[in-house]
Design a protein around this ligand. Sequence first.
Ligand code: SF4
Length: 321
Amino acid sequence: MKRLPFFLSMGSCPRRCIYCHQGEITGTYSIPSPEDVLRAVSAMDSPCEICFFGGSFTCFPPGRQKQYLETVFAAPSGSTVRFSTHPECISRTVLKETGQYPVSMIELGISSLDDRVLKVCNRGYSGEEALASLRTVLDEGFHAGAQMMIGLPGQARESSLQDLRRIDEIRKGRPVTLRIYPCLVLDKTPLAELCREGKYTPLSVNGAAIWAGELLNEAVRLGFSVQRIGLQESESLNRSVIGGPHHPALGELARSAALSFSLKTKNPEGPWNLPSRSVSLLTGHGEYGFRLLSEITGLPLSETKHRVFFSNGDTMQPKVI
Ligand code: SF4
């Protein structure tokens, strides 16, 4: 189904998170009105998913939420709506209202479940409160999304793996789709100030790929689906990033890292047999996957390559690289 995204740049956010500047990310400072949305959805000629991102949807006054949600009835039959919101503005009452519309997913900006990290980032809730909101979304029968972040101030890799396990415990097999975003340093944010003062060091691209790769492997092990790793590229994002792991293919690098780690775990020194479709995960981006596999196994790069076999039809043959 075609997606129709609307960015409600920091619309109705209860406070400003230290790393956030939605206007800089999207290049849009004004919020589309329900009338703007209505015009756009009415012009659609096939069912679409109306997406409200970039703000705290359920923190809007109920009347405003309703105006946005009702636009789905002007869209072609079969259309749905999804939105992202702040864990603080989730309640059974809010969700009862929301349940009257064909909502495909409610995404919660979880960021982290580590209370110290949440405090530094000015998120305004505790890890337990975020989990309670997620549980409420699931209990009310919605498909939930959890937006997690890596490389936040004071956040450790192990703590975000732990976050994932805590989410898994409360979901009890119900659908939660993940997005993993790196913490980038955007101009005109409190985080940029911390960075200038030397109080925060962002992740490198390699550090972010490794962290996201480990998180991805854990997510797969626990049976989550991962919808996205990394932010949507845009000119305005390019202009406004002043630090951190900004890379247009971060998701691909993370998948390469995830593969390298899982190969090492399955067989510490190889040989490794892989389907051909995985070739690019090892060879792409200057052989990032091969180099990482060589680093973590301690094998020379050329030897690492000799120990990888790709399936080609029914036979396994060495890939000439
Ligand atoms: S709640 Fe989301 S959109 Fe609002 S300031 Fe925080 S990160 Fe930005």
